[in-house]
Design a protein around this ligand. Structure first.
Ligand SMILES: *Cc1c(COP(=O)(O)O)cnc(C)c1O
Length: 374
C-alpha cells in the first residue's frame, strides 16, 4: 500500500475537493426513466435561456477544424474582447473557465509562507486556489447576520485581514453564494487602502446580471491600479458553461507572468469560436439579462410571500434561509425533481441557494416547495 496522503504536498493534503452538489447526470437519468415530471435544475447558476444561436452556428463551423489544435493565442477572441471592453489585447488572459484563472493566480503569486485573504462566505474556489498553491488561506469576517447584505463582503474586515504576508485578495462582486454586492465608491476606497504589492482579484462572474445603480465594474479601475485583476466568464450570462471560457483583465506585466504557467492550448477551439460569436450577440445577452431580472424579482417575492428570508441578489440566484428544515426541504425537493444547492459546505447549512429559472421553472419550484413545506 502506498500512502499517497503522505506523498502529497501539505497544502493538497488539507484540501477538500470542490463540491459540485448533486450528481446531475444520474439524477437526470433517474427522472427520464421513472418520473412523470421533468427535472428542474436550479443548483448550478446556469442560464436557462440558453446560448446565442450565433454561438451554436459558430460551433458547427468550428467542427470542421477539430483535428487541429486551437489557436494557442486565442487571437480572434482576444481582439473581440479588447474592442468590447475598450482595452489593449495585452491586458487579456484567456482561461478554461475563470476557475482556471483563479487557480493560476494563486499558483503564480502565492506559495508556502504566503497568505491569501478572502471573505468568509466568498466563492469556495478561493480557499482551494490558495491551499493548492501551498499558501495559507485567511478568511475575513463577513457582514453579520441581520445586516441588509448579511454574509456579504465586509470591505473593512478584508482590508484589516491584509498583513505583511498577504499576496492575494479574492473578492467576488456580486458574490456567490450570497448574491450580495458592494458599491463602486466603497470598492474605490478599498483599493486606495490596499498596498500596491498585494494583488486584488475581483471575480465578476455575475457582472452582466447587475441592475443596482450603486454597482460599477472594477474594470473602471484596472488602469489606475496595476495590482487589480478582474475575472469574467462566458459561463453565466452568455450561457456557455459547458464550453469553459473565461478571461482576466489586468496589467500587461501581470498577464505576461500568468502566460508562463498557462497550458498552451487551454481554451478549446469550439469554446473560442462560440465565445467570440456570443460576445457579438448583444441582443441575445440583453434578453437573458432582462428575463433574469424579471424572474429574480418574481421568485424573490414568491419566496418572501412564503415567509422565507431571501438575501438581496444582483445575480441569477438567491440565497434563502430555511432554518433547521433546510436539509429536509432540500431532500424533499430533489425527490420531487427540483434540484437546489445545499450550502453546508460553506458553513451555511440553514440556507439553500436557488438559481433563478424561467417563469415555468420557478412556478414549479414554488408549487413543489408548498408541497414539501405542508
Ligand atoms: C460560476 C462562477 C465562476 C465561473 O466559473 P467558470 O470557471 O468561468 O465557469 C467564477 N466565479 C464565481 C463566483 C462563480 O460563481
Amino acid at each position: 500500500m502506498v500512502d499517497f496522503e503522505c506523498l502529497a504536498r501539505p497544502g493538497v493534503r488539507e484540501l477538500r475537493a470542490y463540491d459540485p452538489g448533486h450528481d446531475l447526470v444520474s439524477l437526470r437519468r433517474r427522472f427520464a426513466q421513472t418520473a412523470q415530471t421533468q427535472l428542474v435544475e436550479l443548483g448550478s447558476n446556469e442560464n436557462p435561456y440558453g446560448a446565442s444561436p450565433r454561438a451554436r452556428d459558430a460551433i458547427v463551423d468550428a467542427l470542421a477544424g477539430i483535428h487541429l489544435y486551437p489557436d494557442p493565442l486565442g487571437g480572434d477572441l482576444k481582439r473581440a474582447l479588447a474592442t468590447f471592453h475598450g482595452i489593449e489585447t495585452s491586458r487579456l488572459l484567456l482561461g478554461n473557465g475563470s476557475h482556471e484563472l483563479l487557480m493560476q493566480l494563486a499558483q503564480v503569486f502565492a506559495g508556502p509562507g504566503d497568505e491569501v485573504v478572502a471573505s468568509r462566505f466568498g466563492f469556495a474556489v478561493y480557499a482551494l486556489a490558495a491551499q493548492a498553491a501551498g499558501a495559507s488561506f485567511r478568511p475575513a469576517p463577513a457582514l453579520p447576520r441581520g445586516h441588509a447584505m448579511q454574509h456579504g463582503h465586509d470591505l473593512a474586515e478584508l482590508g484589516a485581514a491584509i498583513g505583511p504576508r498577504t499576496k492575494l485578495v479574492y473578492l467576488a462582486n456580486p458574490n456567490n453564494p450570497t448574491g450580495t454586492w458592494f458599491a463602486a465608491n466603497a470598492f474605490a476606497a478599498f483599493m486606495a487602502s490596499v498596498p500596491t504589492n498585494v494583488i486584488v482579484v475581483v471575480d465578476e462572474a455575475y457582472a452582466e446580471f447587475v441592475t443596482a445603480p450603486d454597482y460599477a465594474s472594477a474594470l473602471l479601475l484596472v488602469e489606475r491600479y496595476p495590482n487589480l485583476v478582474v475575472t469574467r466568464t462566458f459561463s453565466k450570462a452568455y450561457a456557455l458553461a459547458g464550453l469553459r471560457v473565461g478571461f482576466a483583465i489586468a496589467d500587461p506585466g501581470l498577464i505576461t507572468l500568468m502566460e508562463r504557467v498557462r497550458e498552451s492550448f487551454n481554451v478549446n477551439a469550439l469554446g473560442l469560436a462560440a465565445a467570440e460569436a456570443a460576445l457579438g450577440d448583444g441582443a441575445h445577452l440583453q434578453a437573458s439579462i432582462a428575463g433574469n431580472a424579471a424572474q429574480r424579482e418574481a421568485l424573490s417575492n414568491g419566496l418572501r410571500e412564503r415567509g422565507l428570508h431571501v438575501s438581496p441578489s444582483q445575480t441569477n440566484f438567491l440565497l434563502v434561509a430555511f432554518g433547521e428544515r433546510a436539509a429536509q426541504v432540500e431532500a424533499g425537493l430533489v425527490s420531487r425533481g427540483v434540484v437546489l444547492r445545499p450550502m453546508g459546505g460553506y458553513g451555511l447549512g440553514e440556507y439553500l441557494r436557488i438559481t433563478v429559472g424561467t417563469a415555468p421553472e420557478n412556478e414549479r419550484l414554488l408549487a413543489t416547495l408548498d408541497e414539501v413545506l405542508a
